[in-house]
Design a protein around this ligand. Structure first.
Ligand code: F0G
Length: 411
């Protein structure tokens, strides 16, 4: 682990100490980043590291050697080569990293293992977050593991069933706010500041340190090479910023020699980053009423927009949006062509791939990695809505056989 690091504002360069509980710059309000002295990092300890998952890359995480992580074996998710999906999408070399196979069913576990380990180090009295669902589920689990009180703020009626169930089951105090995610985040930020709770939304730079390990795992699996492009859904815009940082670190350390084109996909009804990207702006205009079936990314005012826009532009990537119908079509295709079950937000990455190929933005021969961020079982109600209903039938062999014949059974 690397005890020597700085917490630095990306806008004005102001620095804060490791003991400071700070989420955005106290001088200018800018986002914060964890900075290491890369000349001090032993590259062999990155490429020859033993173990699995997030803590395998501990040499690039901000902790002292003796720190004991709060962990439930997060990370080490599969990277599947997807030839059937590639054919359907019009590309030759397509891979899917299924982050839905983390312990809680989403990539958030990577950020939470680091964030909650930091919370223990700071000896906080409790942790809190606003969430479209997955963040709250993951935080509830890690808080339970660490024995820390956990408070989560969810937009009422807007969170998929599986995610709420997780937060409740693991003992978080769940608040259902009459408002949207952006309202919930605004409120929890004030409460964390005033009540001295530790905020574990992705504005917390320690979260992103854990999530950057997605880049390390992808590069390692590809023989310590970066793919040409990484495509992922964008909501609060933390993950795209984190993965970009991971690839940047590998290049800075001389482990890889390129950065993938970071390609962020939003839903057509919640696309503030796409708008800013298309308008050439450095800042977003928040959307008051974000709407999409992909509830995880139903966000109108993404807190990490500045980092994400930099990541997309600096890597020569692109931001694009997809419709709810395109998301549903890709969700079904992933499930049926590749056996990968994801929630709607995750399918946005595949829908985005297809759209960008059609627009001529993506070349056929690129090596592409799509990140699927959350598991199918997170949102069971939606699955029931988009699939053919089970066929009710009498418990009789001949009656069942007859019905099966009517549904394609060949004799
Ligand atoms: N995919 C899923 C399944 C998510 O849950 C989220 C974010 C994203 C993509 C977008 O990631 O915010 O880093 O750009 N979910 C958050 C939550 C907002 O509260 O669970 P991002």
């Amino acid at each position: 682990m690397t005890e020597e690091y700085k917490v630095e504002c990306i806008k004005c360069g102001a620095r804060f100490s490791k003991e400071d509980v700070v989420y955005t710059c106290r001088k200018c309000g800018g986002l914060l980043d964890i900075k290491y002295d890369y000349s001090e990092i032993d590259v062999k300890r990155v490429v020859k590291a033993k173990g699995e998952g997030v803590w395998k890359y501990r040499v690039l995480l901000p902790f002292a050697e003796e720190t004991k992580p709060v962990t439930i074996n997060e990370g080490n998710t599969p990277l599947y080569r997807c030839d059937r999906l590639a054919k359907s999408g019009g590309v030759d070399d397509l891979w899917v990293k299924h982050e839905g196979l983390n312990p809680s069913g989403s990539f958030k576990d990577r950020g939470m293992t680091v964030g909650v380990t930091k919370a223990v180090e700071l000896d906080v009295k409790g942790v809190a977050c606003a969430s479209t669902g997955n963040t709250s589920a993951s935080l509830a689990i890690f808080a339970a593991k660490a024995g820390i009180p956990c408070y989560v703020m969810l937009p009422k009626g807007k969170v998929a069933l599986g995610k709420v169930a997780q937060a409740m089951m693991h003992g978080a105090k769940v608040f259902s706010l009459r408002g949207n995610f952006d309202d919930a985040l605004r409120i929890v930020r004030v409460l964390c500041e005033e009540e001295k709770l530790y905020l574990l939304n992705s504005v917390n730079p320690y979260r992103l340190e854990g999530q950057k390990t997605i880049a390390f795992e992808v590069a390692e699996k590809l023989g310590w090479k970066a793919p040409d492009r990484v495509i992922l859904p964008v909501g609060n815009a933390g993950n795209i910023s984190a993965i970009f940082k991971g690839f940047l670190e590998l290049k800075t350390l001389g482990i890889t020699d390129s950065i993938p084109k970071m390609t962020g996909i939003q839903a057509a009804g919640a696309r503030p980053i796409v708008n800013a990207f298309e308008d050439g702006k450095a800042e977003i205009t928040p959307e008051d009423k974000p709407e999409t079936i992909a509830s995880a990314i139903r966000i109108g005012n993404p807190v990490n927009a500045a980092k994400a826009l930099f990541a997309i532009r600096d890597s020569d990537g692109v931001a694009e949006s997809v419709t709810d119908d395109e998301i549903t079509e890709s969700q079904l295709e992933l499930a049926r062509l590749e056996g990968i079950g994801v929630e709607p937000a995750s399918a946005a990455s595949i829908a985005g791939l297809k759209k960008l190929v059609t627009l001529g933005e993506i070349d056929r021969d690129e090596k592409i990695v799509c990140i699927t961020t959350g598991h199918l079982l997170k949102d069971p109600e939606r699955v029931i809505k988009i699939c053919e209903a089970p066929k009710e039938v009498d418990a009789d062999v001949d009656v069942v056989r007859k019905m099966m014949k009517g549904h394609g059974l060949k004799m």
